[in-house]
Design a protein around this ligand. Structure first.
Ligand code: FAD
Ligand code: NAI
Length: 514
């Protein structure tokens, strides 16, 4: 038995060894392929011009799967990179460096079979009747031409959403959002600035308390994940390097509804709230922020006597995470289309993601309303669906042209054998056409929801064969990490994120304010 035990051990060792080699080889191949793009065909101007607005989850997922040789593809976005948003909260504290979750669009567009035009610009207006998009270079460096127009035959709107403020005074002026890389950088700087300023010589105790109060408004997943990351940063690093702030640093999460993470199951909501209590994050539910000033927020809640109370809450850092609002360019398009008169949260689309009331315009992701939550998961599946649809439309057109040519040839053919041969070919093509045209409408497949809640714990509501699994804790946290690592855009991103995690664990997070 000793011998056979040893044999199993040897086999297990060999299997591990071989899978490590396979993993390394796969990574090395990924890197080689990424660095050595092949030749690309030039875009064919005689083909239909497909304009894609945005380089987020929806647009990039479409571009990844699109056969670009079928169209004259043009991409317009003010951001020349894709951002892996699920790990953005980790960038606010330096657990992950922002460049690790950015993938330049130039890199992946260079790997498409036929080249794609990319313009770093913002679409300011879509004229759907003229089939024109007006674009504006809003970057720091502008050339002699900084605004122009682009004609389209087909248009995909994937511009995402902007931050909701509900018109609450002072939000835009005084708070930090958490949507873009610049937002995460701003928050990271501001956390350290608050800590350093609080320890400034002769700072009054009251002012220290205010500066060290970090307030997060919005108990959706963005607010919860950020609060968790911030508390981790404090517990693991700030407390060690700045022990003088240890007793005063506080994180408060303010939420208007009765609980945080409303999209998760009750069990996970309770688990999150309990974990936050242990982490000493103060949760203020049923509290609605009504006004924001430079140094405090005014929040309303119902007191024990049933009367409304307006409380002033001083803060050093205010992070505003209250969800999405419609972008102006989308609002403007909605106002041009009578069928969109009832649309409120974005462009109403049909089951093929066509913008209702407009021809040849599709919408994906957060700017489209298709009765799904505005998540990366939905946007990515919608983008992949459109790629399949457009690939199929191109194939259909190709077969139809071939069929037309064949029936012309059949009419002019003098020989019976040739006519029979053509007849056979036509039958085959018609069969292929039926197969190609059998694509059904978009159907979303929900894989589940995941959120990090701090102290190496995560919550997950996962759709499984037999139903839903709701789980929370440290094992879920490792699942969360491996799921997001595997979902990163490229091998390069995966390696960089992994290195950042190792770096933060080994040396701690960087507390310098740059
Ligand atoms: P986006 O990804 O926002 O992309 C929009 C693109 O359009 C960008 O490239 C932008 O630059 C561009 N654009 C903007 N304006 C214009 C214009 N006028 N013209 C041209 N281009 C324009 N979802 C999940 O499912 N799981 C998660 O874990 C998760 N975590 C998140 C964490 C954070 C911090 C945030 C903010 C969101 C998170 N989400 C998550 C939600 C998810 O990021 C969004 O649902 C998703 O990004 C929507 O994809 P999109 O393509 O519609 O928009
Ligand atoms: P959200 O819309 O999910 O949550 C915003 C919260 O802010 C709401 O609970 C709302 O009640 C609250 N709120 C609004 N106004 C308020 C006020 N004045 N005072 C106090 N509270 C107020 O927004 P979030 O978290 O930004 O998420 C946006 C989308 O992105 C969602 O669809 C979400 O599912 C998705 N997302 C998913 C993540 C994940 O799966 N891990 C992570 C981050 C975002």
């Amino acid at each position: 038995p000793k011998k056979s035990g040893f044999r199993y051990f040897r086999w297990a060792w060999r299997a591990t060894y071989l899978s490590a080699i396979a993993g390394l080889a796969y990574t090395a191949y990924g890197i080689y392929e990424m660095k050595n793009p092949g030749d690309q065909a030039e875009p064919d101007p005689t083909k239909k011009t497909l304009v894609i607005l945005g380089t987020g989850w929806g647009a990039v997922s479409l571009l990844k799967k699109l056969d670009t040789e079928n169209y004259n593809v043009v991409v317009v976005s003010p951001r020349n990179y894709f951002l892996f948003t699920p790990l953005l909260p980790s960038c606010t504290t330096g657990t992950i460096e922002h460049r690790s979750i950015m993938e330049p669009v130039r890199n992946f567009l260079r790997h498409k079979k036929a080249s794609v035009k990319f313009y770093e610009a913002e679409a300011t207006k879509i004229d759907y009747e003229k089939k024109v998009v007006y674009v504006n270079d809003d970057s720091e460096v502008k050339g002699a031409t900084s605004s122009t127009e682009i004609h389209f035959d087909m248009l995909v709107v994937g511009v995402g959403a902007e931050n909701a403020t509900f018109g609450i005074p002072g939000v835009r002026e005084h708070s930090c959002f958490l949507k873009e890389v610049a937002d995460a950088q701003r928050i990271r700087k501001r956390i350290m600035d608050c800590c350093e300023t609080a320890t400034f010589k002769d700072q009054s105790p009251e002012e220290r308390k205010r500066l060290l109060h970090m307030v997060v408004v919005g108990g959706g997943p963005t607010g919860v994940e950020f609060a968790g990351e911030l508390q981790d940063f404090f517990e693991n690093d700030l407390k060690t390097w700045m022990p003088e702030i240890a007793d005063e640093f506080r994180v408060t999460l303010v939420e208007a509804l009765p609980s945080v993470l409303p999209m998760f199951s009750k069990q996970l909501i309770d688990y999150t709230e309990q974990t936050f209590k242990e982490e000493t994050i103060d949760i203020r539910t049923k509290t609605m922020v009504k006004n924001v000033t430079k140094e405090y927020i005014e929040a309303e809640y119902v007191g024990a006597d049933g009367k409304k109370v307006l409380e002033k809450i001083p803060y050093g850092l205010l992070v505003w995470a209250t969800g999405n609002a419609v972008r102006p360019v989308v609002k403007d398009l909605m106002s041009q289309i009578p069928a969109q008169a009832d649309a409120r949260r974005g462009l109403n689309v049909n089951e093929y993601l066509v913008v209702k009331g407009a021809e040849n315009i599709w919408a994906v992701g957060d700017c489209a309303v298709a009765n799904y939550a505005p998540t990366a998961q939905v946007a990515a599946q919608e983008g992949a669906f459109l790629a399949r649809l457009f690939n199929q439309m191109a194939k259909t057109e190709e077969i139809e042209t071939e069929l037309k040519n064949l029936s012309n040839a059949q009419e002019t053919a003098t020989n019976k054998d040739a006519r029979d041969q053509i007849f056979g070919n036509i039958k085959d093509l018609q069969k292929r056409l039926r197969r190609v045209n059998s694509m059904g409408p978009f159907e979303y497949s929900h894989q589940g929801s995941l959120a990090y809640i701090g102290s190496e714990k995560a919550v997950a509501d996962i759709s499984w064969l037999t139903g839903n699994i709701a789980t929370g804790g440290t094992v879920t946290y490792f699942f969360w990490r491996s799921a997001y690592l595997s979902m990163c855009f490229s091998t390069r991103n995966r390696v960089l994120v992994l290195m950042d995690w190792i770096k933060a664990k080994t040396f701690g997070r960087d507390v310098s304010r740059e």
